[in-house]
Design a protein around this ligand. Structure first.
Ligand code: WTA
Length: 649
């Protein structure tokens, strides 16, 4: 977020009330109802959540206790048994939903496919049988590295049906990143595709998997979906074609009843230190969070065509492309490719073609649309839209207003939803039939969420003042631990102020109690809505033989929110050159994925450090932003370093 944006955010005073028309049809349409439910959710959480879990989920065996809380470990709905896939599929069968579209898919080349709930159920049952025939058992891990095609959802739900824990790896990650994730959770199976379409080109997924697997001994089989038709190497005995397995698989499969706390998935995300962390979500609490927020925040109705543009490789794709909307019985639109393929109006074309009613995307995408020009919207009516959402980073008021006017035609409420991989579901958001919205603010807490903003000493700040954002009450969809590293889980989230969940974000409440999230205040960057750990980028850089030391920082960027700037010192025998610069940027992309390719890389004779040897990132941030170095630099070891860095570019 730029300084200019922060200023404009703190000056923002416009308020937009939900229309009477929207209110009248909303799943929750009155302030009094929100207040009553919210008060109950924080004052009598066991009663509140117990009732929601019964209302929103279908149980094989009722739970006996709503919450066991021994900070920071939560167990929700213990004694209960259920299955997430059964909640997303089977329970809609035999009802009017059975033959409605569960997924409407549009591929980047223009191929369109619809799967009704009944058809999706059939595919998932078959694939669950495939997984069983490959020897996958409850509790074992399977990695999914796929394009945005319905089979990705089929794979996730088939795992859930068996209690196999899935870990979806974003298709843009490199083979190094795949290898790290597979090895961290000892995945037994990888589900992938020959490739996926992106900007008219094939992203060769199978090839990346092959490279990863040369050092991933836990993997026994790879199932390969044929999507793009490019030639792939199939390793005898290890690699199997999706379509061949499916042709032979029975279509009947009974979902396994699983305990509420059975692990549903691991999703790796960047943290402030070391390698990505495996955030673990479990069955009942996660599904309740995803389902309930889909109902209240997206106001989903039987007739909606709901489109969340996130890739299933991110938490937004898990909760709001797959689990939330399918559990709620919605029709989900799924699009495979880039927003500007073949032209910058592809999204608007899709909205009109399929009659999308609810549209959920990221500020970085909105800013790209703004830049591409209003003429691309003018060609389309967008009349079907009734609700818009935003997620992933703070939305600047300018982008919010553009979204409101140009996409929502001033008619659609905007829900700016704050949440994280770790929270599993939306935590702070307007409710579209209730909450007046302010451009740039994610408004008020969802049920059961109690955010607090604390200063350096753990003291609550006054309204209007900024500080660190904490959540003070356990919630059902919270992460349970980090896979294989409970001590890191405790340290990372629960030790900043003992007993409270530290979100890693800076924020403030305004006079009306609205939350304004400023962005990450730990060493995590948010580049185009993607979380990138500076430590990961730095370790990728120093793994290159030419590099002695590296520091990665964020620079405000109009389009991406933050851009990634790296400072590098070279080993004694190396010479700086543009060629080496390009090599190092490519090296980071190879180690992590193209999303982490540095926007800028600068060679430095030395990095600014404290006397105890810690890199002073604050100074580098100021240098990267092109401003003067302000603030205290008395702890700096060598003052000349700053001067020489500033003179370099
Ligand atoms: C940021 C994505 C401001 C925030 C769901 C958070 C936001 C991180 C918003 C989590 C929002 C997400 N307003 N900032 N509406 N939504 N963020 O884990 O910094 O990929 O900590 O989850 O994104 O990113 P993650």
């Amino acid at each position: 977020m730029t300084d200019q944006t922060i200023t404009s955010v703190s000056r923002e005073s416009r308020v937009f009330k939900p229309s009477a028309e929207f209110k009248a049809q909303a799943n929750l349409g009155s302030e009094a109802a929100y207040k009553r439910l919210y008060a109950e959710s924080v004052n009598s959480p066991a009663r509140f959540w117990g009732r929601q879990a019964k209302d929103f989920l279908t149980w094989r065996k009722p739970f006996s206790q709503t919450l066991q809380w021994k900070t920071p470990h939560a167990k929700w709905f213990t004694g209960g048994m259920l299955n997430a896939a059964e909640n997303c599929l089977d329970r809609h069968l035999g009802t009017a939903r059975e033959n409605k579209a569960a997924i409407i898919f549009e591929g980047e080349p223009g191929d369109i496919r619809t799967l009704t709930y009944k058809q999706l159920h059939r595919e998932v049952c078959k694939f669950a049988n495939v997984l069983e025939s490959l020897g996958l058992r409850k509790g074992e891990r399977a990695a999914i590295y796929m394009p945005m095609v319905p089979e990705a959802a089929v794979a996730m739900l088939a795992c859930a049906r068996l209690g196999v824990v899935h870990t979806v790896i974003f298709g843009g990650f490199s083979s190094e990143a795949i290898k790290d994730r597979i090895n961290d959770c000892n995945a037994k199976l990888v589900i992938t595709a020959d490739g996926g379409w992106r900007r008219g080109k094939i992203v060769e997924l199978k090839e990346s998997v092959d490279r990863a697997l040369s050092s991933s001994p836990s993997v026994e089989h790879v199932v390969v979906l044929k999507r793009t038709g490019n030639t792939v190497a199939m390793q005898e005995g290890r690699d199997l074609w999706w379509h061949e397995l499916m042709a032979a698989a029975p279509a009947v499969h009974k979902a396994k009843p699983l305990p509420s706390e059975h692990p549903l998935f691991i999703l790796y995300t960047s943290g402030s230190t070391g390698k990505p962390k495996g955030v673990l979500h479990t069955t009942a609490g996660y599904l309740l969070g995803a389902t309930m927020t889909t109902h209240y925040v997206f106001d989903v109705k039987e007739t909606d065509i709901y489109w969340c543009t996130a890739d299933i490789g991110w938490i937004t794709g898990h909760s709001y492309v797959v689990y939330g909307p399918l559990s709620a019985g919605a029709t989900v639109l799924m699009y495979e490719g880039a927003p500007n393929q073949p032209a910058p109006d592809r999204f608007w074309e899709i909205i009109d073609r399929h009659g999308v009613t609810i549209f959920y995307t990221a500020p970085t995408a909105i800013r790209s649309f703004m830049r591409w020009g209003d003429e691309y919207l003018a060609k389309h009516s967008l009349a079907s839209l009734r609700l818009l959402g935003s997620v992933g980073e703070p939305i600047n008021p300018e982008a919010w207003m553009w979204y409101h006017k140009m996409v929502g035609k001033k008619r659609c409420p905007i829900v700016d939803t704050w949440w994280q991989t770790e929270t599993g579901a939306i935590m702070v958001t307007p409710l579209p039939g209730v909450t007046p919205t302010k451009p740039g603010s994610c408004a008020r807490p969802f049920f059961g969420v109690v955010p607090k903003i604390l200063d350096e000493n753990g003291k609550e700040v006054r309204r209007g003042e900024g500080g660190k954002l904490f959540l003070t009450q356990p919630w059902p969809s919270m992460l349970r631990t980090l896979w294989g590293d409970d001590s890191r889980f405790k340290k990372q989230y629960w030790s900043e102020v003992p007993g409270l969940y530290f979100a890693g974000d800076g924020a403030r409440f305004d006079k009306d109690g609205y939350l304004w999230v400023v962005g990450r205040i730990d060493d995590v960057l948010n580049v185009s809505g993607h979380r990138i750990g500076t430590a990961e980028v730095e370790s990728a850089l120093v793994s290159h033989p030419a590099v002695a030391e590296a520091a990665a920082v964020g620079r405000p960027d109009e389009l991406k929110g933050q851009a990634l700037v790296c400072f590098v010192t070279l080993k004694g025998n190396q010479t700086a050159s543009d060629e080496l610069k390009d090599q190092l940027r490519a090296h980071v992309a190879k180690e992590i994925g193209a999303i982490a390719r540095p926007d800028a890389l600068r060679f430095a004779a030395a990095l600014p450090k404290t006397r105890s040897g810690k890199i002073m990132r604050r100074i580098l941030k100021e240098i990267a932003a092109g401003g003067d170095v302000k603030g205290d630099i008395t702890t700096l070891e060598d003052f000349n370093v700053v001067a020489s860095l500033q003179s370099e570019e």
